[in-house]
Design a protein around this ligand. Structure first.
Ligand SMILES: [Zn+2]
Length: 79
């Protein structure tokens, strides 16, 4: 059994979080989530570099960010 060792540092299953700044769901990596927790800003850096300001958990998700989607698609395509 061989692992895909040549794969780039694809973010491991990012989390989609809606930002109240643009009412759009952005992909946030676990690392970016951790950074958001430790720097006490309450915000996260999305894959598209947008600053994600999370809404109340009761808010329905917004439309997914096309830039984050494109970045993730690009990661999947690479090898
Ligand atoms: Zn985005």
């Amino acid at each position: 059994m061989r692992a895909t060792a040549s794969a780039p540092t694809r973010p491991a299953r990012p989390i989609w979080i809606t930002s109240v700044a643009d009412d759009t769901e952005h992909a946030v990596t676990h690392d970016a989530m951790a950074a958001g927790f430790t720097d006490n800003t309450g915000t996260y850096r999305a894959l598209c570099r947008a600053t994600v300001i999370p809404p109340a958990m009761t808010e329905p998700p917004g439309a997914r960010c096309p830039i984050c989607r494109a970045i993730l698609r690009n990661y999947r395509r690479r090898r």
